[in-house]
Unconditional design. Structure first.
Ligand SMILES: *Cc1c(COP(=O)(O)O)cnc(C)c1O
Length: 389
């Protein structure tokens, strides 16, 4: 059976060229990069090369790039690191209602420690209004954290504008760029960010490695205590194969990003149009224009997202849903709730996230299979039958 992977926002396949670049660091160049002998120094050289590539890619300098275990650690480290270091200045943090759990749960944790957090709303497209961020600032605000692009609905936030507000007030600004790093051009200077998170496995690199950009002079406490790796900002022996793989993934992104943006945008728009044309009552979630080139998120009323997902899976198509009947909470996605979707629309949501390996035939196949599945499920839905009468 044909197998079509349209869940690249959850994770991407590791590029074969990345795997090849990682292999020597398991069995040949296995030294500890903190060791002074040749085994260690060769490994250290590989790390510094990856650091140079990652820094260049976002307009940063090498000393500003710290390797971590992934997006979750980068987000935790940025937010807790600033919160603890600047507690003397204030205890207020501003973030949005549609952040990834790695940001939201970190903020919830800090609230239990006595910090105050404002969760600014978003509009129907998922956009944060910079004016809302400005209004939320108090004399005690020490950090603003707003994601670059949302992982569920693909909306790209006005980061540069929010950053300039933060800069003006002398407040640190962090952005979770896990969905954009390697997919859209990023310049930390233009975006006015002090801290930026990225993750290897979202850009065709390996899982378990990420980056935290920390602008020079930013005061924060380390998240991991131990050795003095990463200039004391992140203890633990380096994940050398992972970091080498991250560097290679960024190098490939640099070469292929512009072409991929064009190609994915075409395929994305074809899939959106096809779904809206072929499926009655279907609607697009997220912003029609300010959205990730690979993100399609739709609500299909009168069907359950899980049923759609499992039926698509039986046809070899992998995607995801903001419905949550299989998770412990039963609450649909906080992102879909924040853009004002009813429970019903949220439960009927599907996210297709396209990637480097997605072809036009894949999109055609989805458009061939999905309407039939929707028809079949709706025929069993009492709600739909009532509506049809
Ligand atoms: C995947 C993701 C994360 C978490 O990254 P990990 O490397 O899996 O820990 C954080 N933020 C966003 C927006 C993501 O999509």
């Amino acid at each position: 059976m044909k197998k079509i992977y349209l869940d690249n926002a959850a994770t991407t396949p590791t590029d074969a060229r990345v795997i090849e670049a990682m292999l020597p660091f398991f069995s040949q160049v296995y030294g500890n990069p903190s060791s002074l002998h040749a085994f260690g120094q060769e490994a250290k050289h590989a790390i510094e090369e990856a650091r140079y590539i990652a820094a260049q890619f976002i307009g940063a300098s090498q000393e500003e790039v710290v390797f971590t275990s992934g997006g979750t650690e980068s987000n935790n480290s940025a937010i807790k690191g600033v919160a603890y270091a600047r507690h003397d200045k204030g205890n207020h943090i501003i973030t949005s209602r549609i952040e990834h759990h790695a940001v939201l749960e970190t903020c919830h944790f800090l609230q239990k420690q006595g910090f105050h957090v404002t969760y600014v709303p978003v509009d129907e497209f998922g956009l944060v209004d910079p004016a809302d961020v400005k209004k939320a600032i108090t004399g005690k605000t020490i950090l603003i954290s707003i994601m670059h692009a949302n992982n569920e609905i693909g909306t790209i936030e006005p980061i540069a504008e929010i950053g300039s507000i933060a800069r003006e007030k002398g407040i640190y600004f962090h952005t979770d760029a896990v969905q954009t790093f390697g997919h859209l051009p990023i310049d930390v200077g233009e975006l006015n960010v002090d801290l930026l998170s990225a993750s290897g496995h979202k850009l065709y690199g390996p899982k378990g490695v990420g980056v935290l950009y920390i602008r020079k002079g930013t005061r924060m406490l380390p998240f991991m205590h131990g050795g003095d790796q990463e200039q004391g900002r992140r203890a633990s022996t380096h994940n050398v194969p992972g970091i080498a793989g991250f560097g290679k993934a960024v190098e490939l992104a640099k070469q292929e990003m512009a072409r991929e943006i064009d190609q994915l945008t075409l395929l994305r728009d074809k899939l959106i149009k096809g779904i809206l044309d072929k499926i009655e009552y279907a609607r697009l979630n997220g912003h029609p224009k300010d959205r990730l080139p690979n993100n399609v998120n739709v609500s299909i009323p009168y069907v359950e997202g899980e049923s759609l997902l499992l039926n698509l899976d039986m046809e070899g198509i992998a995607c995801s849903t903001g419905s949550a009947c299989t998770s412990s909470s039963l609450e649909p996605s906080h992102v879909l709730a924040a853009i004002g979707l009813s429970h019903e629309l949220a439960h009927g949501s599907l996210r297709f996230s396209l990637g480097r390996l997605t072809s036009e035939e894949d999109i055609d196949y989805v458009l061939k299979v999905l309407p039939g599945i929707v028809r079949k499920l709706r025929a069993m839905s009492p709600l739909y039958r009532k509506k049809a009468k």
